[in-house]
Design a protein around this ligand. Sequence first.
Ligand code: MEV
Length: 437
Amino acid sequence: MLNFKYTMETSRIPGFYKLSVVERLKIIAEYASLTNEEVEALSNFGNLDVEVADRMIENVIGGITYPFAVAVNFLINNRDYIVPMVIEEPSVVAAASNAARITRSRGGVQTSSTDPLMIGQIQLVNIKDPWSKRALILEHKYELLKIANEQDPILVGLGGGAKDLEVRVLDTLRGPMVIIHLIVDVRDAMGANTVNTMVEAIAPYIEELTNGKVYLRIISNLADKRIVRARVVVDKMELGGEDIVDRIVSAWAFAAADPYRAATHNKGIMNGIIAVALATAQDHRAIEAGAHAYAARNGKYTTLTTWEKNENGDLVGVLEVPIPVGIVGGAIKTHPIARIALKILKVKTARELGEIMGAVGLIQNLAALRALVTEGIQKGHMKLHARNLAIMAGAKGEMIDRVVEVMIKEGKIRFDKAKEIVGKLVEYKNSLYSSSE
Ligand code: MEV
C-alpha cells in the first residue's frame, strides 16, 4: 500500500525511492496515462533480474532491451575474436565485420597498451605559496602513497595500487590552486571506486600538511596514462586500389584539420568502442569523456586516428585513445549478459579488453571512411531501412528481399510503398495457389 496520495500534477514524489518497482510503475503509469500494454512492455526486464536492476540504480520502474550482436572476422594480435556489440544504430555491426574481413590478409590489427593507470585529483585551495606547498607535498609522497594503499590491500596484493603522486600549480579565475594527481594502477578494474576512495583518504593529510583547504577529490576521466594503441595495414587491393587509399588519407586530413569533421570522424570510432562497452556493461560515459578530452589534448580538437599511405601504396591506420575499462566490479559483475559478452570475447584481463575495443574503434573508422569516400553511407543504411519497412509491412521469409529489391530499384523506400509491394506479392501468390487448384 502506498502511504501517500499521489497527485498527477507534480513531480515531487516524497519517498518514491522507497517504493517497490511495481508501486513506482503504478504511479508513473498514472502520471503518463500509460496503457496496460505499455505498462507490460516497460515491466519486461528482459535478461536482467528485476531485483538486480532495482539494486543497480535508483527509482527503477522497468527495463529496456537493446539488440546484442556480434561482429565477426576480427584478427587482433594474431588471434581471432568474435566481438559482442550492443547498439541501436543499423549498419555499424555489418560495417565492422566487413572492414575487419579486409584487414585479415595483412595480419589484422596489432595493439599495445600502457599499464592500467588512472588519475585521482585533489583540489587544494587557500594557498599563498603554491610552489613551496607543491614541494612540501612531494617531500611526503611516500607517506601519502602508503595511506592510499592502505585503502585497498587486495589491489596492492595483485600488483596494483597507488604508484605515484604528481603536483601541479594551476592558475585559475579564483587564484592559484595546487592540484594533486594520485596515480593508481587499478589492474582489472575500471578503477573509479578505488581511486575515489584513495583520494578521499589522503585529502585530510594534505590539508594538515599544507594548512590549505581541499575541495574536490575525484577521478579524472582524462585517463591519459591508460592508453590503448591499435595499428592496421590494409592492402590497397582489398580497398579497390590506390585511389581509394588516397581518398581515405584525404578524408582523414580533412578531419585532422577541422574540428567539425573531427567530431564526426571520432563519433564513428566511438560507434565501435561504445558498442563493445555497452555489451560488457562498462562506464561508457567515462570512455567517451576521456576520448574526446584526449582528442583535444594539444589545445585543438582533432582525430583519434591517423591514416597514411605506406611505401607499398597500402593504407596504414593508427588509433591512440584512453580506454578505461574493467572486467571486475560494478555492473560487469552483476549483469549476467556482460559476463557472457566477456566469455564470447575470451578476454582474461581488462587490458586485453581495452585493446580489443581500440581495435574495433580503428576498424569502425576504416569502415566509415571507406564508405564515405566511395558510395557514401546512405546506400547501406537505406538497404537496412528498406528491410525494416518490408518487415513492418508484413513481408516474411524470401518476400523481404523481394520487397527491398523493388523499393531500391524504384528509388522509393517508404512504408506505403512497402505495403503496396507486399499487397501485390501476396495477391500474386494467392492467384498462383487458386490457379493450381
Ligand atoms: C555514423 O554513425 C558515423 C559516421 O558519420 C562516421 C564518419 O562520418 O566518419 C559515418
